[in-house]
Design a protein around this ligand. Structure first.
Ligand code: HEC
Length: 170
């Protein structure tokens, strides 16, 4: 091995070391910062998506069964004026909307002689208490294309009280 070759090897090692130190001090270190309690964290860790707050629609679903069980039918009855412009509660009495007599447990869109929208007529299923509560929170979302123009209740408790009242219409 001649001197020239040795010099090259030494220079090569020094160069590699310099690059390594450069990466460590100028690139890697600034990416880390000391946490409040002394542990090292990634400087950008607070921006990682999984640490962002969950979007509103991912909130825990409302337990309507429990809300309806605890609801006061009298409160729903007091709110029924919001429905009474379009709905009657006597059997067979259709108005702008179909009668709400015995609506709990009734198949969706099934009152004879009422001219339902194709959305409601073709929806299927039955009006369980939970389905009614969800429908009344947002009719146009639950039955897209429904012709019932009621915006929906704001609070799940209000929808639950209405369902508790509707359940008394037998
Ligand atoms: C502006 C009139 C209007 C108001 C107000 C209204 N509804 Fe309706 N409702 C309708 C119409 C019209 C339909 C039929 C919808 C269709 O065929 O798409 C309907 C359908 C329904 C149905 C489905 C019935 C079935 O036979 O499948 C329920 C349940 C219902 N309404 C409950 C209510 C309740 C409870 C309220 C008050 C919170 C209310 N509605 C307010 C007009 C109204």
């Amino acid at each position: 091995m001649d001197t020239m070759e040795t010099t090259k090897i030494v220079a090569g090692i020094c160069g590699a070391l310099l690059v390594f130190l450069g990466v460590k001090y100028f690139i890697a270190e600034p990416l880390y910062r000391s946490g409040e309690h002394g542990e090292t964290q990634l400087a950008w860790s607070l921006e990682l998506p999984e640490q962002a707050p969950a979007p509103a629609e991912e909130k825990a679903p409302v337990d309507f069964a429990a809300l309806i069980a605890a609801a006061d039918p009298a409160k729903g009855e007091a709110e029924f004026r919001k429905c009474a412009t379009c709905h009657k509660t006597e059997a067979g009495a259709n108005a702008t909307g179909p009668t709400l007599h015995a609506v709990v447990g009734r198949p969706v869109g099934s009152v004879p002689g009422f001219n339902y929208s194709s959305a409601m007529a073709g929806h299927g299923g039955e009006w369980t208490p939970e389905a009614l509560a969800q429908f009344l929170m947002n009719p146009k979302k639950y039955v897209p294309g429904t012709k019932m123009s009621f915006a929906g209740f704001k609070k799940p408790e209000e929808a639950a009280a209405m369902v508790a009242y509707l359940a008394t219409l037998k």
